[in-house]
Design a protein around this ligand. Structure first.
Ligand SMILES: [Zn+2]
Length: 110
């Protein structure tokens, strides 16, 4: 016989608290504006290569960016990506890939 009630399952559901909880804010490394986390795209460095964290759950250091080409450009200009992700350098290939992943329907001008 399997017992269905365990101590773990008997935690009260705190619906009211959830409602009042603030949206987590993150700062875009491009324009330095704080925005709700879900409006930003997370970038992580996987094996020293910066890429867009599509799942939002990738391990490692991450930085946040608006879904905006300008923010990516601004972040690259100030080396915010290599600094924030602790990668040595962001290559042109990386930039292109990040841009494509950041804004899938953007017309990539190289
Ligand atoms: Zn931004």
């Amino acid at each position: 016989m399997r017992r269905l009630t365990t101590a773990k399952n008997s935690r009260p559901i705190r619906k009211v608290r959830m409602k009042n909880r603030k949206t987590p804010m993150r700062r875009c490394v491009g324009c330095m504006t704080s925005k709700p986390k879900h409006e930003l795209v997370r970038l992580v460095a996987a094996d020293g290569v910066p890429r867009v964290d599509v799942t939002g759950k990738a391990n490692g250091r991450g930085v946040y960016l608006c879904q905006d080409e300008k923010c990516l450009a601004g972040a690259l200009k100030r080396n915010a990506l290599s600094r924030g992700l602790s990668v040595k350098a962001v290559s042109n290939e990386d930039k292109e890939r990040i841009l494509k992943e950041l804004i899938p329907d953007a017309e990539v001008r190289v």
